[in-house]
Design a protein around this ligand. Sequence first.
Ligand SMILES: [Zn+2]
Length: 161
Amino acid sequence: MSGEDDSPKFLCDAMLGGLARWLRAAGYDADFEYGIEDGELIRRSAETGRMVLSSDGPLFDRNVIRRGEIDALYIPRQLTKLEQLRFVMGRLDLPLRKPRCMGCGGELAEVPKHAAVEEAPPLAFRNCEKFWRCSRCGKLLWRGTHWHKITRRLQEAAGRE
Ligand SMILES: [Zn+2]
């Protein structure tokens, strides 16, 4: 496996918040800000080196994108969130990686089960063995039914069903 830092980082446009969440679940650092304007999107991409993902056609007429100064990928409209994910992973030939927090994109660190006893709902605590905490927002996560559904969809999107 290659190092943690050579995978692409993304900046999703204002319409692609759902895609950002799925990219995080697939293990990628994806930023999204509700209502962000195109100019700001481009400025932030130039600053951070994040690849812009957008369904906004006119954005791709901008010189910085046409000249290739900013990496950007057009996401066809009318795809579902999972089709968007499949599109990005296919185009960029991305593998599934260690999941990140879907809420904020932070990395997840495993926590010992006993450390989760106060916070986890009793049913989850009884039925799950693995717990993680987001290093960025502090949210506790566990591998329950919801997670299994997400994993199955990710594997479909990655073409590995
Ligand atoms: Zn988080």
